[in-house]
Design a protein around this ligand. Structure first.
Ligand code: PLP
Length: 358
């Protein structure tokens, strides 16, 4: 008897649900995906369009000789001892790092809740995933992590620093303790590094185990899909072997190099968002919400009725992320991307009407 055609596809994949990219009504305030709310002023837009028009679309891209790795090294003071690999967003690099260690018996460890792609990729590559719960204040349970490392000897550990979806940044000494204890690779994912007080980037290349991952997505360029990993050559040269040859495209490479020449504009935006993060957090606290201290460009809160808050904002065309229901520790939690002062005011104004009704 013939098996149904769809059995050709792995049953674990058929059982998955697709990553839901929210469909956003025109005119909404989009505070669900940590995108930066600012775009280039007109003069920079014009300059960029001229550059893009001249980019060699007829030629295959060569990321290594595009000048982008050097520009990143300069812009973010990446040590000479570190090697850089570009990815089509850091999402691609998370996948490639997983592929690099995926062999029978190899395990992946990450903290829970954290970025969902760590677990997702472990599953895709048939690896056992060890999720170590955070404490209830979203700090790292170092003893539990060290115990799990000892027991499972994971080939790969992912630490989001600061963490998503909580915004909390772990203590540097805690991450260092994990690095010391690890027998495998430790990826410190600094997607929100630009908004944080601390970074491991200056340590990249100093230790074989450490890979620091960053992205341009959260600092204004989510649409370009530019991520990068920097680490010791022993690991990075193996990673370079499995990067698809033309994973970056000419337009993105051109636009990313241009972006790095606009550092003062980028830094100006980051400064505004960090100030707004503080103002938003204070405003939400004043409304009686539990606000977790954030080092990222979003604020995670706990409320009495997450669904009601989420729906009320949605009815007012403001889209945020409902974390409630995604992990036991995230009960009644919501994640709000920091927007422009006007957008944040809109959030606070609407939330005031809810708390008054209670
Ligand atoms: C957003 C995010 C990423 C993905 O970034 P891209 O470069 O856009 O793929 C990676 N890690 C964490 C923790 C993130 O929040």
């Amino acid at each position: 008897m013939n098996k149904p055609f769809q059995n050709i596809i792995r049953s674990d994949i058929r059982a998955m649900t697709a990553y839901a990219v929210a469909d956003v009504p025109e005119g909404s305030i989009k505070l669900d995906a940590m995108e930066m709310p600012y775009r280039y002023p007109e003069n920079l837009q014009t300059e960029l369009s001229n550059l893009l028009a001249q980019a060699p679309q007829n030629l295959y891209p060569n990321p290594a000789t595009s000048g982008l790795p050097e520009a990143l090294r300069q812009a973010f003071s990446i040590p000479d001892t570190a090697q850089i690999v570009l990815g089509n967003g850091s999402d691609e690099l998370i996948q490639l790092m997983t592929m690099l260690v995926a062999q029978p018996g190899a395990k992946i460890l990450a903290l829970e809740p954290s970025f969902v792609m760590y677990r997702h990729n472990a599953q895709l590559f048939g690896m056992e995933y060890i999720g170590v719960p955070l404490k209830s204040d979203f700090s790292m349970d170092v003893d539990a992590v060290l115990e799990a490392i000892e027991k499972h000897q994971p080939a790969l550990i992912f630490i989001a620093y600061p963490n998503n979806p909580t915004g909390v940044c772990f203590k540097r000494e805690e991450v260092e303790a994990v690095l010391d204890a690890a027998s495998g690779i430790v990826v410190v994912d600094e997607a929100y590094g630009a908004f944080s007080r601390d970074s491991f980037l200056s340590a990249a290349g100093s230790c074989e185990k450490l890979v620091v991952m960053r992205t341009l997505s959260k600092i204004g360029f989510a649409g370009l899909r530019i991520g990068y990993a920097s680490g010791h050559p022993v690991v990075m040269r193996e990673l370079a072997k499995i990067v698809p040859p033309y994973n970056m495209n000419q337009l993105s490479l051109t636009a990313a190099k241009f972006a790095l020449q606009q550092q003062s504009w980028i830094n100006g935006c980051i400064d505004i968002l960090k100030r707004e993060r503080q103002r938003l957090a204070l405003g939400l606290t004043a409304l009686g919400m539990e606000v977790f201290s954030s080092e990222a460009n979003f604020v995670t809160v706990r409320v009495n009725d997450a669904l009601n808050v989420f729906e009320t904002l949605k009815q007012n065309n403001i889209l945020i992320k409902k974390l409630h229901g995604t992990h036991p520790l995230l009960e009644q939690c919501l994640r709000i991307t920091v927007g422009t002062p006007e957008q944040n005011d809109a959030v606070l104004t609407i939330l005031k009407t809810i708390s008054l009704k209670k």
